[in-house]
Design a protein around this ligand. Structure first.
Ligand SMILES: [Zn+2]
Length: 340
């Protein structure tokens, strides 16, 4: 191994000293520099970020990709960013309509454009009032369950059981307050296929191929940096939520992402990963379809699907409660064809 020349070592040390991003610490997310001017906030267990958020400075303007579940966490991020001397925040992207990706929108100045697909804008308009009303009714009871589990827990705090409590409790706490805290801010700029937001430092592309994880999804791609912010088209080490999407279209989306030059992927949930995440997600969807087909072939009643175990391969993935919903969704997508 070659030794590092002294000058280079000095530059590395100086670089570390001026890396202001390293100073950003939060109970809600881990702040990671992916490239100069490109950052990720990765949700921390016990925090209220819930989804991952990406930040890109193109040299003229800064674009935020997704905006967390909690408006408070979006405000916290804005305060933290003000220390980084980035270009002004001009756009916030909503990758899809799910509450955990859009509820920080209101934290941004009114001059900031909120970008989504036009379908996602409609979905936010229609679904958010219903969703917030549902949360007002139902989230407090779920919070009470997790509060009591949290307060009475006496086992190993590194255990999966305790980590699950740490993960869901702040989620339900945030939902319990959504009717007081959330002022839904609807997107006001739309990208339905491809739009470039290039600046002197890099090319930035927003791309939509329509439905996948939901009825309409949008990703951000940085060709010069080989980075993708995938939204929930990709989860890392977590079960995705499938029932608002279309498995066939989702697989086409994944093939498309796989055709791009990509070194780093920021998934919607879970840690930063490489190209491998694309294949893992595709295999999950394929496995789900195979399992659902077997159940259809065996004429298993849909009610019984709720008690089916998570396959061994996915036992360690978080959000395991999604598996039964996902299997039922895949089963129902196949069943009508079967009856034709
Ligand atoms: Zn989602």
């Amino acid at each position: 191994m070659r030794s590092i020349p002294t000058l280079m070592l000095l530059l590395i040390l100086i670089g570390c000293k001026v890396d202001r991003s390293a100073r950003i610490s939060s109970d809600n997310f881990t702040f990671i520099e992916l490239s100069k001017g490109v950052y990720s906030c990765i949700h921390k267990f016990g925090g209220k970020a819930i989804c991952n958020v990406g930040i890109v400075d193109n040299g003229n303007e800064t674009i935020i990709f997704d905006s967390f579940l909690s408006p408070d966490v979006a405000r916290e991020l804005l305060t933290a960013l003000s220390e980084l001397n980035l270009s002004p925040v001009k756009y916030v992207v909503n990758s899809h309509f799910h509450n955990d990706h859009i509820r920080g929108n209101q934290a941004f100045a009114k001059e900031v454009k909120i970008i989504s697909t036009s379908r996602t804008k409609k979905l936010i308009e229609e679904e958010e009032p219903l969703q917030i009303a549902y949360e007002k009714e139902n989230a407090p009871a779920r919070l009470a369950v997790y509060d009591s589990l949290y307060l009475s827990f006496e086992g190993d705090k590194q255990s999966r059981e305790y980590q699950q409590i740490l993960m869901w409790r702040p989620y339900y706490e945030t939902l319990s307050n959504s009717y007081k805290d959330v002022r839904t801010r609807i997107p006001d700029m739309f990208v339905d296929s491809l739009q470039n937001f290039d600046g002197p430092d890099r090319r930035v592309q927003l791309i939509s191929k329509g439905q996948g994880h939901t009825y309409s999804d949008l990703i951000l791609y940085l060709p010069d940096d080989e980075i993708v912010f995938s939204g929930d088209l990709i989860f890392n080490n977590c079960h995705p939520y499938v029932a608002h999407g279309n498995i066939a279209s989702w697989k086409i989306w994944l093939d498309f992402i796989s055709s791009l030059e990509v070194s780093n992927i920021m998934p919607g949930h879970g840690q930063i990963g490489t190209q491998e995440l694309i294949l893992e997600m595709k295999n999950y969807l394929l496995d789900l379809e195979i399992s659902a087909q077997q159940l259809v072939d065996q004429n298993i009643d849909i009610e019984e699907l709720q008690s089916i175990d998570v396959p061994e391969k996915y036992k360690n993935w978080w959000f395991d409660r999604f598996y039964a919903y996902n299997l039922s969704f895949a089963y129902e997508s196949l069943k009508p064809n079967q009856e034709e």
